[in-house]
Ligand binder design. Structure first.
Ligand code: KIV
Length: 278
């Protein structure tokens, strides 16, 4: 197991993430939504788990993250925490649970920590309102991860899932938002679908670690959506994605084998069948 702490049972903290950045040690982050994969991620030493609201698309079958509710996030967050009790877990606050008012944002972030048992929350965007809500959450003792670039909860106003921060104006706005989020108290920042050079510039400029998805190798860490990274969604092949396994093929092979053996009456065999005495 590889984990950035000497003691694999010690959960990393926000201070560890800052120290990893200053040592130039990349943070390896994956999303997760259930206990089975949470156990695997913890055993293999992932630095941080994100219970992303990508849950909506990759697990619940919605066509965007917009319909995801806080109850759904908490339900899956609890399963992940049960499977990875020694790992730092961040839970995405879903659409409209932190944008309406600062008070609601704090209450909902508090629910994530109290009811799901996660260590931090993530919110999207870098507007002054979002930064104010983040500041208050941090004052209340809630660690917050920011997220700029492509922010999927705003897919309808962004006009689709496309690269953000291209051109001078967009790039300087993204840099301003990143700095504002750091000043608001975020302990780390996701950069999604951002040109590699800009992501590198933002990463060098900030004290807090950046975690890229589709943002090149110069970020301080990388995150992927787990089912995409493991090839469970074989038709989803954007440029930024690498499939590190082909689980869809392996799962199909297993299902076909089960169907064949049941239909041929070769399963269950004698070794799977209880007798009188044993
Ligand atoms: O919801 C999610 O999985 C995310 C990652 C893509 C960073 O926000």
């Amino acid at each position: 197991m590889s984990h950035s702490s000497d003691d694999p049972k010690r959960r990393l903290t926000v201070r560890d993430f800052l120290e990893m950045k200053s040592r130039g040690e990349p943070l390896a982050v994956l999303t997760c939504y259930d206990v089975l994969f949470a156990r695997i991620l913890e055993a293999e030493g992932v630095d941080l788990i994100l219970v992303g609201d990508s849950l909506g698309q990759v697990v619940l079958g919605y066509d965007s993250t917009v319909p995801v509710t806080l109850e759904e996030m908490i339900h899956h967050g609890r399963a992940v925490v049960r499977g990875a009790p020694h790992t730092f877990v961040v839970l995405d606050l879903p659409f409209l649970t932190y944008q309406v008012s600062t008070e609601e944002a704090i209450r909902n972030a508090g629910r994530a920590l109290k009811e799901a048992g996660v260590q931090a929350v993530k919110v999207e965007g870098g507007s002054p309102d979002i930064c104010e809500a983040i500041q208050r959450m941090v004052q209340a003792g809630i660690p917050v991860m920011g997220h700029v670039g492509l922010t999927p909860q705003s897919v309808h106003s962004l006009g689709g899932y496309r690269v953000q921060g291209r051109g001078e104006e967009e790039a300087s706005r993204l840099m301003e938002e990143a700095v504002a989020l750091q000043e608001a108290g975020c302990f780390s920042l996701v950069l999604e679908l951002v040109p590699g050079d800009l992501a590198g510039e933002v990463s060098r400029h900030l004290r807090i670690p950046t975690i890229g998805i589709g943002a090149g190798v110069e970020c301080d860490g990388q995150v992927l959506v787990l089912p995409d990274a493991l090839g469970m969604n074989p038709d989803f092949q954007p440029r930024f994605l690498k499939q590190f396994a082909q689980l869809d093929q392996e799962a199909r092979r297993g299902v076909r084998q089960f169907l064949r053996e049941v239909r041929e009456s070769t399963f269950p065999g004698e070794e799977h069948t209880f007798g009188e005495g044993k």
